[in-house]
Design a protein around this ligand. Structure first.
Ligand code: GTP
Ligand code: MG
Length: 137
């Protein structure tokens, strides 16, 4: 697959890190296919993260993801899903490799700056959650 889906999380948007994060995405070889700044309701965040509904941090996650605007992105590169997860680093910034987006911009395991899809199938589902067909050119 050559596309993945990403979100810049509310704390990173609030702290004016959109530009810094986009720069690392582009320098990492990703082309921005689609991009929008919007805010999720708690219900929409709940739907987006439904796979985590049984996890103990689900409530906190939905609250955090709806606390302010996010930037949603479709990104293109060969081997996009795996390469993007490499670029962002581990979920917990304490375990993220130096130079990764999370090592630079994450504040905690929850407030970890960016989301990255975990499979081609989920990349397609998540992209369709935010973007209509004609926006996914
Ligand atoms: P995403 O790219 O956002 O999906 O992150 P991930 O794939 O590295 O992690 P995962 O899918 O397991 O978890 C989804 C999100 O839930 C993470 O990015 C965190 O924001 C949050 N999260 C995961 N584990 C914890 C945790 O132990 N505590 C808290 N507060 N949040 C967590
Ligand atoms: Mg995940």
């Amino acid at each position: 697959g050559n596309r993945t889906f990403s979100m810049i999380k509310p704390h990173a948007v609030a702290d004016n890190h959109i530009g810094g994060i986009l720069k690392l995405m582009e320098e990492g070889g990703f082309r921005i296919v689609a991009m929008k700044k919007t805010q999720l309701s708690a219900q929409q965040a709940g739907k987006f993260y439904e796979v985590h509904s049984e996890r103990p941090f689900y409530g906190e996650l939905c609250e955090m993801m709806s606390a302010g605007p996010i930037v949603a992105l479709i990104l293109e590169k060969e081997n996009a899903v795996a390469d993007f997860r490499k670029l962002i680093g581990a979920t917990d910034p304490a375990e993220a490799e130096p130079g990764t987006i999370r090592s630079i911009y994450a504040k905690s395991k929850g407030e970890n700056a960016v989301h990255g899809s975990d499979s081609d199938e989920n990349a397609a589902i998540e992209s369709a959650f935010f973007f209509s067909g004609f926006e996914r050119y």
